[in-house]
Design a protein around this ligand. Structure first.
Ligand SMILES: NC(=O)c1ccc[n+]([C@@H]2O[C@H](COP(=O)([O-])OP(=O)(O)OC[C@H]3O[C@@H](n4cnc5c(N)ncnc54)[C@H](O)[C@@H]3O)[C@@H](O)[C@H]2O)c1
Ligand SMILES: [Zn+2]
Length: 367
């Protein structure tokens, strides 16, 4: 038997630029063409975004080949839609010289990113996020994918965008519920990384809710900086990136137990409250912060109540099947203080005794 070793050179360090501002969407297509003069552009958006002035602002008088995902939202975030998009691109003879443009929220961005990751073994993707979730979270970091019938993001890949354009004016057309729930990821970023940013969010909440450009640009910038600094250190979620999952262990469980009737942001808000209760039970403090968070979520009109149809057993079952569980018990990201994640024994996520988790769920259910 002979053996041949094939050396795979480490991929060269990649980087991309995130442009942040307001009312500049009408200049973005020209910027993309300048960045990729040789590329064929293919736009992916969804039925709701296509109806807003954002699509018109992006395209101006131009028309580029596109796929409009209908219905919009999670219902379409599956492999069938991916196949439809890919076959549309194939029929129009798009090659490896393609740059996919994603205009929309996280569902569009995740799907377009996944299409770009697998189309002809990979083409460029440019993200133009239009929701608070996508601008704070999904458009940056390179996680892409679609859901299976059994679980979320079952098909997926890491695919970093080649460029990101965040125009906060696109948020003007977003409905209030989506807008507010998406802000929970900003609150999460502040909690895990930057106490001053948390103070900013508290103080400027009314202006943010009034969708004023300046605070929205500021929070977009903060979110990107915080997320970028975490993923630069740990692009493939080996350790530090897990801190971005703050509030997500119980959050995901509640979201899943609600059959995705709860918005992600609403579920994460509940998960953040849960993490704060656990922190207090473990003697990490944060009593004042818990009150502040409840106050913020109230201003965001986020319902923190868990309906009677969701049981403690259900939540425990789901968390024990968490992707990141060890011996069927999840690890929790916890705060040492506002703006600082607890880092202990070389880990950013920790085992919490079952009785503490159970008591916390009891408090959540009975609040
Ligand atoms: N890849 C990641 O790192 C990451 C991170 C967080 C969330 N996600 C994923 O993101 C998805 C959720 O994203 P989302 O909350 O943006 O949902 P979404 O993309 O479904 O958008 C929410 C709704 O708002 C509409 N919409 C979007 N932009 C609009 C605008 N400017 N004006 C009017 N309507 C608009 C959409 O059509 C949709 O109906 C989930 O699938 C989640 O798994 C991914
Ligand atoms: Zn999230």
């Amino acid at each position: 038997m002979q053996k041949i070793k094939v050396k795979i050179p480490a991929s060269p360090a990649a980087s991309y630029t995130i442009a942040i501002g307001s009312n500049f969407l009408h200049t973005v297509l020209a910027q993309i063409k300048k960045l990729f003069p040789e590329k064929q552009l293919f736009l992916i958006t969804d039925g709701n975004v296509a109806k807003t002035k954002n699509l018109k602002a992006l395209l101006g008088k131009e028309n580029i080949p596109k796929f409009v995902i209908t219905p919009a939202g999670e219902k379409s975030k599956n492999i069938k839609t991916v196949i439809k998009i890919i076959e549309t691109m194939e029929k129009q003879a798009f090659g490896r010289d393609t740059a996919v443009i994603a205009l929309g929220g996280g569902t569009v961005g995740d799907m377009a990113g996944f299409v770009a990751a697998i189309y002809k073994r990979g083409v460029d993707v440019v993200q133009i996020p239009t929701t608070t979730v996508a601008q704070a979270d999904s458009a940056i970091g390179g996680k892409t994918g679609v859901d299976s019938l059994i679980s979320k993001n079952a098909f997926g890949s890491f695919k970093n965008p080649s460029a990101v354009f965040i125009d906060v004016s696109t948020l003007k057309t977003l409905n209030e519920k989506q807008f507010n729930a998406g802000l929970v990821e900003s609150i999460k970023h502040a909690l895990i990384a930057d106490e001053k940013y948390f103070d900013f969010l508290k103080k400027n909440l009314n202006d943010i809710l009034a969708r004023k450009s300046k605070p929205l640009e500021y929070i977009a910038m903060k979110n990107c900086k915080i997320k970028a600094s975490v993923i630069e250190e740990d692009p493939f979620e080996k350790n530090k990136r897990r801190s971005l999952n703050y509030g997500h262990t119980i959050g995901h469980a509640v979201e899943s137990a609600s059959n995705y009737k709860f918005l992600h942001g609403q579920s994460v808000a509940i998960g953040i409250i849960a993490a704060n209760i656990i922190e207090q039970k473990l003697g990490l403090g944060g009593k004042e912060r818990l009150e502040e968070l409840k106050d913020i979520f109230e201003k965001l009109k986020i319902n923190l109540e868990i309906p009677k149809s969701i049981t403690k057993k259900q939540i425990l079952d789901i968390i024990s099947r968490d992707k990141k569980a060890v011996q069927k018990w999840p690890r929790f990201v916890l705060l040492e203080k506002t703006g600082k994640v607890l880092y202990r024994d070389g880990q950013y996520a920790h085992k919490v005794e079952r009785n503490i988790v159970e008591e916390t769920i009891d408090i959540l259910i009975n609040q």
